[in-house]
Ligand binder design. Structure first.
Ligand code: SF4
Ligand code: FES
Length: 235
């Protein structure tokens, strides 16, 4: 074994990987599904949603921000972790207004797909029914604050050639929102709008004038449950 390659355990099985690799990446490459919402492969992780929480030598850590180290004992799927992930999802569902049957992203939504994967029928937390707005000022893109889980994927990835973002934080504290920066509207082309829709894990960003182009029953997670691509690739 070179200095660069280390040995560790995931769910009791021994793996080797390059020092510094994030747990989430080793898991993905090894056919182990760890749920994520804010993580984007290849982009610097932010660790904001906590969906990818795993147990590392008995401590909860986020798999997307924790690099593996020699001798680590990682557990990805204990009953405690499953319950924690369910609780995180339930909080997301009650904090916003997620009405899946009337959402254009239904069937393509990571949040909804994780709800199915973790068999969430009702939340243990009370629904908050917050009053939120829908911003339809941009010619190509709608921002529905009711469905935004503040994962920041749009802020971190949708930028122009100079690196200026099309999205920005707005308001503070518990009222914090992620909004379209309308000073960038002229540069926000249809192509940029489509990239934003594709990177958003919920229906918070939708393209104007293009609803239901993929028929219901023919959408991503209606065809294959979330995580099955990772799990089946290694069977
Ligand atoms: S709009 Fe979508 S991508 Fe952006 S923060 Fe909200 S949920 Fe995440
Ligand atoms: S996916 Fe790791 S914290 Fe969000």
């Amino acid at each position: 074994m070179t200095n660069n390659v280390i040995k560790f355990l995931i769910d009791g099985k021994e793996y080797l990987a390059k020092n510094g690799t994030f747990i989430i990446d080793v898991a993905r490459e090894s056919g182990i599904f760890i749920p994520t919402l804010c993580n984007i492969p290849g982009i610097k992780p932010r660790g904001s949603c906590r969906m990818c929480t795993v147990s590392v030598n008995g401590r909860y850590m986020s798999a997307c921000t924790t690099p593996i180290s020699e001798g680590m004992d990682v557990r990805t799927n204990t009953p405690d972790l499953i319950d924690l992930r369910k609780a995180i999802l339930e909080i997301m569902f009650v904090e916003g207004n997620h009405i899946c049957p009337v959402c254009e992203k239904s069937g393509n939504c990571d949040l909804q797909a994780l709800g199915y994967r973790y068999q969430i029928l009702v939340s243990r937390f009370p629904h908050q029914y917050p009053k939120r707005t829908i911003d339809a000022l941009n010619p190509h893109l709608i921002k529905d604050h009711n469905r935004c889980i503040l994962c920041k994927r749009c802020i971190r990835t949708i930028k122009d050639e100079q690196g200026r973002g099309f999205f920005a934080f707005h308001k503070r504290g518990h009222k914090i929102e992620i909004s379209i920066d309308h000073s960038m509207n002229e540069l926000l082309t249809e192509e940029v709008a489509q990239r934003a829709v594709d990177i958003c894990p919920t229906g918070a960003l939708l393209k104007k004038e293009s609803g239901y182009q993929t028929p219901i029953s023919n959408r991503k997670y209606e065809r294959t449950p979330i995580g099955s691509d990772i799990e089946h690739a290694h069977q």
